[in-house]
Design a protein around this ligand. Structure first.
Ligand code: UDP
Ligand code: MG
Length: 324
């Protein structure tokens, strides 16, 4: 069995409390492998000591590499950069907070050797997460499944091993508002799952507040489905049908009782509020799509790197760097 190079991609955003432990546990698992490996940390514009701590590890350990972003670009962009720079024949994407157990990596490699191109972790249980988070996640994955035509597996995160083929295919998808798991389903390849229990975060707090979660959910739906747009035409046609029927009733009433004084204030307000609400909601949905089109039209690079450590620079638009 030939030895391969494995790249482990770990996004880090304000994770100073977990870095030593994550490094230790990753190292332990990776040193037990027959493969050679590199660990690529991405510092996603952290405001704490994350950058300094990662640089320190890079000094001591040449297998550790750092992509230091110029600001916070978000988790999905961070793992994209990791895949862009990874040198391995296969790569593992893993959260930096030890919620995804590194101990699963050997099993993933085993499946990869059997010929699978994507081995994703499927969450059997989620420890130490709020009921709200688990519930919204469950609902979201099912809505996404209902709205899209591609087969995006439910209850999986970004924790997975992928073959180099997959990351090369992803480089051809330049879109900015990325939902990486969806993109990986979209490119296809031979996929399989392994189940695991998602642990509690080792330390610190979630870096995915509700706002970022909603953004990710919207990206997931909007990048893979037009159905929200169709909703506008559906609701529009149903409502205009009812409105037209009501119009006829009003006209007939007026013809039969021309002098009746009707107190119509409440119904007028109700109708007006209802229709304005629906109209604004639909405009909002259209706006979300237009905003995303605008992002694409500007064609900005996905991320800006302020510094690379223990790895060489690359060229090309997606790899633009301001090297120090
Ligand atoms: N993360 C990141 N950039 C961000 C937010 C999060 O790189 O803007 C990283 C974070 O450091 C962690 C991973 O993405 O390694 C998952 O984040 P987190 O654990 O906070 O999310 P949760 O597990 O609560 O969904
Ligand atoms: Mg986490």
């Amino acid at each position: 069995m030939e030895r391969v190079l494995l790249s482990v991609i770990v996004p880090m955003y304000n994770e100073e409390e977990v870095i030593p432990e994550t490094y230790k546990r990753l190292k332990k698992v990776l040193d037990g492998l027959k493969e050679t490996y590199e660990i690529i940390f991405i510092n996603d514009g952290s405001r704490d000591k994350t950058r300094e701590m990662l640089l320190e590890i890079c000094e001591k350990d040449q297998t550790v590499k750092l992509i230091d972003f110029a600001r916070n670009f978000g988790h999905q962009i961070a793992i994209t950069a990791g895949m862009d720079y990874a040198a391995g024949q296969c790569m593992v994407i893993i959260d930096g907070d030890l919620q995804d157990p590194p101990e699963l990596i050997p099993e993933m490699i085993e499946l990869w050797r059997q010929g699978y191109d994507v081995v994703y972790g499927k969450r059997k249980a989620r420890q130490g997460e709020t009921f709200f988070k688990k519930f919204t996640a469950k609902v979201f994955y099912r809505i996404l499944r209902a709205l899209t035509d591609i087969n995006i597996p439910v209850d999986t995160g970004d924790f997975r091993l992928i073959d180099r083929k997959v990351s090369e295919a992803l480089k051809q998808l330049p879109e900015r508002n990325r939902y990486v798991r969806g993109l990986m389903s979209w490119v296809g390849f031979k996929q399989t799952a392994i189940e695991f229990e998602r642990d509690e975060r080792f330390a610190g707090e979630t870096k995915y507040p509700l706002k970022k979660m909603l953004k990710l959910a919207m990206d997931g739906i909007m990048s893979f489905s037009y159905k929200p747009l169709k909703l506008a035409s559906w609701i529009g046609s149903v409502l205009s049908m009812f409105s037209f029927l009501y119009l006829i009733i009003v006209l007939i009433q007026k013809l039969i009782f021309p002098h009746s004084t009707q107190s119509g204030w409440a119904s007028l307000i109700a109708v007006s509020l209802f229709f304005n609400g629906i109209t604004l909601l639909m405009l909002g949905i259209i706006g979300e799509y237009i905003g995303r089109i605008y992002d694409e039209a500007k064609g900005r690079p996905l991320y800006i790197i302020s510094q690379l450590k223990n790895m060489e620079d690359r060229t090309g638009p997606r790899f633009k760097t301001n090297k120090d």
